[in-house]
Design a protein. Sequence first.
Lengths: 380, 458
Amino acid sequence: MANRKIFGVTALFNDPNAIIAAARKVADAGFTKWDVNSPYPIHGIDKAMKMKPSKLGIITLIFGLSGAVLALILMWWTMSVDYPMLIGGKPYFSLPAFVPVTFEVTVIFATLSTVVSMFAFFFGLPSNSHVLHDTAYMKKVSRDHYGIIIESRDPKFSEQTVLELLKNLKPISTEVIYYPEKESYPIFEPRFLIFLFGVAVVVSLGTYLTLNKLMYIVPFDWMDKQAKVIPQTSSEFFADGRGMRLPVEGTVAKGFIPYPFEGQTNPSEVLSNPYFPTKENLQLGQRKFLTYCSPCHGNYGDGDSRLAGQFPNPPTLHSERARNFQDGMIYHIITVGQNVMPSYASQVTREERWAIVNYIRALQRAKNATDADLKLVKAE
Amino acid sequence: MSKDYSVEAPVVAGRLSLAEIEELVAKPLDTKPDKKFFIALTISGTALLIGAICLAYTFYYGIGMWGNNQPVGWGFGIVNFVFWVGIGHAGTLISAILFLLRQKWRTGIARFAEAMTIFAVMCAGIFPIIHTGRPWLAGYLTPYPNQHGLWVNFTSPLVWDVFAVSVYFTVSLVFWYTGLIPDFATLRDRTTSKIKKTIYSIFSLGWRHSSRHWLHYEKAYVILAGFATPLVLSVHTIVSFDFAVSIMPGWHTTIFPPYFVAGAIFSGFAMVVTVLVFVRKIFDLQNIITIDHLEKMNKVILATGMMVGYAYSMEFFIAWYSGVQFEQFVFLNRMFGPYAWAYWTMVSCNVIFPQFFWFKKIRRSIPAMIVIVLFVNVGMWFERFVIVVTSLHRDFLPSSWGMFTPTLYDAGILLGSFGLFFTLVILFTKALPVISIAEVKAVADGAQPTHHRGEHHG
């Protein structure tokens, strides 16, 4: 016993009048680190103990006001700055409509801050390791007794004088309370921490594997199953069981209007070139000609195929006959093909075909240039 | 009859000592539940299960399982929501307003009433969420920065409602828990079971019954009560705004906020009496929840019942006085239209039956008060039914008139909400002290120093 450090000395009473009188005497004796414990608040104990009134209200005021201000700022910012909405012709910042929410936010800020700061900062709770817990003294004051404790950290504390003072107050009993011999926290022992870590690893791995690998159900299947139609699959939603829908009969894809002159030899009377040989148009035509036409017709339309006899070479585009073709005739040949040449309708669009026609015209004029043409070139 | 009104009647009857009070309150926690407890739990659990099944059907097949349709888009969902929020109001009134009014008799019933508040608000909270039809999207009700760049509409009463109900629930819970902390400490110090002791230690936060703590604690209690009082008035005011801010005839009236608040207290007190009558009998708490308590609550029921009756008649007067044809039609339609039976159920249950409480014998007779408060519970549910359904089913255009027929699923979910409420109440009676031990001790005879007698203590 002698080696153990004293926490404090207690005295128990069972009459509310006696505790008030005792508290008054202890306060008069000049102690500061002492307390009265009672199962419920006793009237007048604050005056007897010479305690100052609680300053908790200041916290309530500060947090309540900041709640109100924050709520108003939030509503002002969202409703009139970030996403202004005109509702019922009211102004963006319509204060009367903001009163209810401001009030509610004020209340929640004020009450929560009061309770949390009281327990956490004023009392230092939660704290279940206080020396007084589990003492006979605590069990008594928790039920129907009133107790005084003078703690050893009080500057005026000395075991003898305090015991004497308390005994003079005629309590039903006094007791000296010691610190526990050794404080141990099994929670912080390495073995427990390793066990905790092990549990965490096993639980998370187990959960992961069970949900994501074994069960593989929504929502743990990485969105594998979705309520949508995947192309080329069937669907029970439609009567014919097809997932993909057929277009309405007679539908024409954009840019694929059917060619009306198929099988005709020379529709050039009704087919006229809608494009002028502008620089852009000729460049487009050159690109397409080099891509699709030049393998057989040659880069300049001379009929000098690059295909080294795998296909029969076509005749030159600079013959008299070809030069006398109308634009529509060349367009027609590209579209439906001629002799060995197949149709190029699926490779080049209508606009590109006309551009190729223009480019061929340019090639023909270049290969058979007149003096006037040469003069023009020289002039440039 | 001669009675000395200068002497206050003792709050705790039978001159119980502090230890006896504690034993009495802690007894249900120390003993194993008996057969009656399990029978009651089975009944309420069955009701809860029926509600859960109906709710599961609703989630699976959609809100079309309910009777809601055009023109009555607000059916049982909103009726039940307003009903349960109203029930909750009695708890806060007893714990906060009567505390501020220095009514010592509240101590015996405050804890129970507060618990009922929390359970009732939990029941209420379910309905707006399931009523949206897609309850998993309820998070959109809170203003949070999101990738849609959208905010909630802060000028809408429905958003006010979200704030009011959630704040009300949180504050009620904090208030309740703050009151429970000293009791947890007392239970911690008296229990012999190690498991219980651990649980009580955690929840008591290590409370030491220190007078230096009690000083701030009492201050905090006053502050909480001070905030809970305007809060409880604001909640049902805002609930009434859901109706009053619209332009529906029958809803668009300025009397709604006070009318709703009075109705809420009325129905809440009726529910508290309904439950307490049984609890005090089952747990032998007649000395702490005395017949005087019940009589005082019956007086409150009588007073608020007449306020509600006044509101009913004033609505009629204003309908006539305003000269608005549609408003007049709605009220005549309520009285004599297809839903007249609901209207007359409401009037007789809420206005006529409570008048029996004028007689002291009936106020103090347990069987009589059970009958009357049950009528009040039914009547107040029908009040919300009348407000929601009769206003909506015949509005401006006769071509869009219609009728509302609830389905079995509507009824099942309503039953389920009662199941949830009573399951929670029954579990509460066995899990926590149903009466605030510290508060009742403080008002027992001889608990306070003599020179401070008569001063209020909380």
